[in-house]
Design a binder for this molecule. Structure first.
Ligand SMILES: NC(=O)c1ccc[n+]([C@@H]2O[C@H](COP(=O)([O-])OP(=O)(O)OC[C@H]3O[C@@H](n4cnc5c(N)ncnc54)[C@H](OP(=O)(O)O)[C@@H]3O)[C@@H](O)[C@H]2O)c1
Length: 306
């Protein structure tokens, strides 16, 4: 009897309604996205995790997430990933053509009928900026704003984790980390707070629709103060070494950093050195109803073996 295998239109509608409550998290093996997926699962949401390598998201699958292969560089995975979800967290990786990747992701989301997008951007995003990183994020954000989908754009300051992500090996080897920010203060943000704001918006899109949030901690620190906190946490002396911007660029080149990223990292150091990253924003507290996490490197020092 073939008819028992056929789905009536009503059954299909019901199935789609159930699917539509699912929230897509792209890049779910990455720092922020992984924490977004974790928080959504903890709060009982139905999650689809879009990842390049599903084997690396086995633990999310074990916790009930639907894990699908999603690769910005593989067209065949794009549209399908957004099919049947109502809300999506869009992360564009830090690669040279990330504005194009973001545009393609937004196009797929729109085509699939996604209603709400939470998009990870960056502080200072501005489509008219001379600084390519700010310009690309700004263009990407503009694509979301113009898409007709409701959105929340998240513009975090510098992540607290950066010192481990980018300088963990150097600190382990030499006990110091380098920069060109002088003694200017920077207001870092915890990547967990960024993820928490994203998850909160994804679970309550009506409240957060068409908002752009600047995400920071509430305390601006100099790099010497960061070094002091790292020393306390690691139980040994860790210092900050300030160098000129030219020297900083040369060090990056010596490490094999490609020119576009030398430009990006030097631009970011200039932003810090000019004191443009020192002002706290109230948005984390406003959205989460609690103070932002302070800079406390203890657990990071332990897990990163610094
Ligand atoms: N670090 C900061 O201080 C800071 C501040 C503000 C904004 N941001 C922005 O935050 C974003 C980075 O977030 P994050 O630190 O959470 O990133 P991350 O940890 O580097 O994770 C990036 C994720 O993107 C995935 N990915 C890479 N290439 C992909 C592709 N072609 N297709 C699909 N997925 C791909 C990675 O997958 P794999 O695991 O397979 O590699 C990973 O899951 C960037 O847009 C950056 O500009 C960063």
């Amino acid at each position: 009897m073939h008819y028992v295998h056929l789905k009536t239109p009503a059954m299909k509608r019901l199935e789609r309604t159930e699917d539509m409550t699912k929230i897509l998290v792209t890049g779910a093996t990455g720092n922020v996205s992984r924490q977004v997926a974790d928080i959504l699962l903890e709060r009982g949401a139905s999650v689809r995790a879009g990842v390049r390598d599903p084997r690396r998201a086995a633990d999310l699958a074990a916790r009930g997430a639907e894990v699908v292969r999603y690769d910005h560089d593989d067209e065949s995975t794009l549209d399908a990933t957004y099919e049947g979800v109502e809300r999506a967290f869009i992360l564009v990786p830090f690669v040279p053509d990330f504005a194009e990747l973001g545009a393609r992701a937004v196009e797929s989301a729109k085509k699939a009928g996604v209603h709400f997008v939470a998009k990870l951007s960056a502080a200072g995003a501005d489509s008219t900026s001379d600084f390519w990183l700010a310009k690309n994020h700004g263009q990407s954000d503009r694509g979301v704003e113009d898409s007709g989908m409701a959105y929340t754009i998240l513009r975090p300051s510098f992540f607290q984790d950066n010192v481990f992500t980018y300088a963990g090996d150097v600190i382990r080897a030499t006990g110091t980390f380098y920069g060109a920010a002088g003694d200017q203060r920077v207001v870092f943000v915890s990547s967990k707070d960024v993820a928490d704001v994203a998850a909160t918006a994804l679970l309550d899109p009506e409240t957060h629709a068409n908002q752009t949030y600047d995400l920071t901690g509430d305390e601006a620190l100099t790099n010497d103060e960061v070094a002091g906190l790292l020393s306390e946490a690691a139980g040994r002396t860790i210092t900050y070494t300030n160098v000129t911007l030219d020297r900083y660029a040369a060090m990056l080149r010596e490490n094999g950093t490609q020119p576009l990223f030398v430009d990006a990292f030097c631009g970011l150091e200039s932003i810090k050195a000019n004191g443009w990253a020192a002002t706290p924003s109230p948005h984390v507290e406003r959205v989460l109803g609690r103070a932002p996490e302070p800079v406390t490197p203890t657990s990071s020092c332990a897990t990163r073996n610094v």
